[in-house]
Design a protein around this ligand. Structure first.
Ligand code: ZN
Ligand code: FE
Ligand code: FE
Ligand code: ZN
Length: 277
């Protein structure tokens, strides 16, 4: 490894119905890799049956919190384990999400956009809709929602900030509409003072690229937007995935610090190269 490990703040549990491994197994994997800190961020409950199959039920929230707390105690002195959540930003659900977030002392809440209207654009089962949509419009619609998620004030971290590229659909490189929407998203993130997640999950998807694109990371550096790291692990073997590659991208873009959170207060930790000799 070229860098000392930074916290990995994005991992799931089987409560979301599409992840494997209990919290202790994620923690053990982190210890083996030499991580000093992780945070669990399973898919949150949402109201009205929204995306129901892909998240925990509200009745599972207490069990989730209890499991994270128990493993935190077991790993005390070996690994810091933060209590986080990946909540969806979906217009119309904000008051439910706010009430749910306020019900618990989270260390951080990741806000993610997985839907444009009723389209779960990153769901392989809804791939067909890519064939009938306008790719530029999909990107513009997505970035507008991400900007709104930052402005909502609900979240500490914007999850996988260009997830829309997951399957490799790309707008024309010179699309001014997409460029403007991307810039407006970054301006909203800066204004709201939230962190952007740099996620290695994109490397495991058809797009085979870190979320967000290096251009967005470089603009974040220019704008002074803080970044956090997440593997979006849905299995213990994915903890810390491609952390070194992500840190090297950050260094290349001039980013020297990574965001950490405790009880929703952000601190910056410097990214350090492993020194030789
Ligand atoms: Zn997931
Ligand atoms: Fe997500
Ligand atoms: Fe996730
Ligand atoms: Zn995710």
């Amino acid at each position: 490894m070229k860098y000392h490990p930074v916290p990995d703040y994005h991992m799931h549990t089987p409560r979301c119905n599409h992840a494997v491994g209990d919290v202790a197994e994620y923690a053990e994997a982190a210890v083996i890799l030499g991580l000093k800190e992780i945070g669990m961020s399973d898919h949150s409950p949402m109201p009205g049956g929204f995306d129901k199959a892909w998240r925990m039920d509200r009745s599972e929230l207490t069990g989730y919190l209890d499991e994270v707390a128990a493993v935190r105690d077991d790993f005390a002195g070996k690994l810091i384990i933060k209590t986080g959540l990946e909540a969806d930003f979906h217009p119309g659900t904000e008051s439910y999400v706010k009430e749910m977030i306020d019900s618990t002392a989270w260390d951080y809440v990741v806000g993610s956009v997985h839907y444009i209207g009723d389209w779960a654009f990153d769901n392989p089962e809804e791939m067909g809709r890519w064939d009938v949509c306008d790719v530029e419009d999909a990107y513009v619609g997505y970035f507008k929602l991400v900007a709104d998620s930052a402005r909502s004030g609900l979240f500490d971290i914007i999850g996988h900030p260009d997830l829309i590229k997951k399957f490799g659909h790309r707008p024309p490189l010179d699309s001014s509409k997409v460029h403007e929407a991307e810039e407006a998203m970054l301006a909203a993130v800066k204004e709201a003072d939230v962190a952007l997640e740099v996620s290695s999950a994109g490397l495991r998807k058809p797009v085979a690229e870190v979320y967000p694109h290096a251009r967005i990371v470089a603009r974040s550096a220019e704008l002074g937007i803080p970044v956090s790291f997440g593997s979006d692990a849905h299995a213990p073997g994915e903890v810390g995935h491609a952390m070194d590659a992500c840190l090297s991208l950050l260094e290349m873009c001039g980013i020297t610090e990574i965001a950490t959170f405790s009880k929703r207060v952000r601190s910056m930790q410097s990214i350090q190269r492993v020194s030789h000799g």
